[in-house]
Write a protein that binds this ligand. Sequence first.
Ligand SMILES: Nc1ncnc2c1ncn2[C@@H]1O[C@H](COP(=O)(O)OP(=O)(O)OP(=O)(O)O)[C@@H](O)[C@H]1O
Ligand SMILES: [Mg+2]
Length: 264
Amino acid sequence: MGATMTVAPEQAQAAPRDGQSALHHELTVLATVAHELRGPLTALATSSELLAEDFARLDPEQIKDMLAAMRRRALWLQGLVENLLCAATIREGRLQLNRQLLALADVVEEVEAVVGPLLEQRGQRLCVRIASLVPEIQADSRRLGQVLINLILNASKFAAPKTSIDLTISMRDGAVHVAVADRGPGVQPEQAQRLFEPYYRAPATAGGSKDGVGLGLSIVKSIVEAHGGDVGVESRRGGGARFWFSLPTVGRAASAKSHLSIVS
Ligand SMILES: Nc1ncnc2c1ncn2[C@@H]1O[C@H](COP(=O)(O)OP(=O)(O)OP(=O)(O)O)[C@@H](O)[C@H]1O
Ligand SMILES: [Mg+2]
């Protein structure tokens, strides 16, 4: 409980491992990716066909609901494709950051627009708290957005419907500290370090009903480390996981926007 760990960079490239041949690993990855794409694509094709054929017979509310579901699937697919492209970039050592001075509140606002419909579907609520002293930082807003989306969607996936996910941004030891906490099953301390390895999924997850390729956290780690920060995970008092990352500051005063404490 409460054991925080930081994952060393040399642990990042883990696959293939456990005696898997490179070919077997590649085939497993391809099959997993294909499986992940097939579900939402089939649903999108079915919904669009239904809309086209039955448009005149459907009432506006039904049409609205179907379009909202299609949008959620498209957003989810976009996230998956973004992760696959980013993983390839990282693997080739080509991850480049487009750093700008930014207020994290702005990044959070953009992230909320993406994750909002997906959380809504599960009846989950994102509670955002940004401490008043958090300064602007030099960072790549798109990549940081991707980090937050991966952590929030993990929290959403592993926690029960209708629970809250807490996103807190504060200052700790002179660095910006960002944490995403949920009330899901939490993580086993002995698994914690491996979760950040590419393609690694905890045995309970890999054998269970939760979808996923196992790339999200490895991308989080690579992007955060490229910014000079650290990542970690700890158990939460009362149950659940708390994934966190830190980002160095540039010692500038906060903008008016980043003083906002948003609770949505
Ligand atoms: N919030 C969480 N609570 C419990 N376990 C988690 C949580 N987030 C991640 N994990 C564990 O860490 C593993 C790796 O997470 P990661 O985000 O890299 O992969 P994924 O979510 O399974 O797939 P992908 O992100 O590629 O869709 C998960 O499969 C799960 O076992
Ligand atoms: Mg994930």
